[in-house]
Write a protein that binds this ligand. Sequence first.
Ligand code: COI
Length: 332
Amino acid sequence: VKIAAYGVRPLERPYFDRLNKYNYDLIYIEDLLTHDNADLAKDADAVLVRGNCLVDRDNLERFASWGIKYVFTRTVGYNHIDLVAAADLDIAVARVPGYSPYAVAELAFTLGMTLFRHVNLAINDTRRGDFRVTDGMFSHEIHRSTVGIVGAGRIGFTEAKLYQGLGADVLAYDPYPSPAAKEALELVDLPTLLATSDIVSIHVPYFPGKNEDLIDADFVHRMKDGAVLVNTARGELANVPAILAGIDSGHLSGYGADVIVDEATILGKHFDDVADVPSAPVRDLLAANPRVLITPHIGSYTEPALEDMISISYDNFNEILTTGSTKNAIHA
Ligand code: COI
């Protein structure tokens, strides 16, 4: 069985090889899937993608015309896949519903603590030779503070535990909390969480057409004065003008994001100048000030997460090839 795997960095290949217990024949493609490189999968039986790969109707039609019946993603999120088109074309889609939740949780926690202790402001100054201590560096301590987790699934729950380990009060908002979240976290409604939390961390899936701009002006206004906002979920959930207005007025003391809008045209590229980044909201974020921290979607870029993504994807293929279906299938 031949699998065309898109978005495989050279560093990741040995993991794909080492974990290949079903001896699949792999076509490694470093770039993310676009309209221009779909034909690299022509001889494959199946396609494996990750986030920001363009799995739209056009590409699915191409795959179907070459007899490809399986297009799987090794990510949790699947907003990059046109599930309706896949169903129309009789292409099965599956995902990895969870990999090491510490990967994203630790990054969200790190962004949150960096902004909370104003390390971002301090290193921005010292790098320029400025060793003065400014009022902006005066901080609270996390054990006497409150953290709000929006979305208490595996990742949100794991981040909550990290903060609880430091003695913070952790609140969570989740309309469908797991039994573990119910037992270990204080569940509150969203307005209460926003009004009370010194750090708010977002861990909800993005459903195109349904929850873009979840973080809008009202959300920002409801947040506590001086709070920090962290988004390691999806860029589309955040309304950039609303967040920057909050930063500029001083109402928010920081925004940390591992995700941005228009990622497919930005990630993996090098721009000589920020002005060349092909997305106005992202240029605005980067131009903002040291209170905005952006990382290039590295939350899942850890060894345990990578191993899970690959090995669960292989299991998904094996399950569907041997039984006709997989428990990790996703449908429109
Ligand atoms: C996800 O698993 O949903 C991610 O965001 C991972 C990334 C490689 C797209």
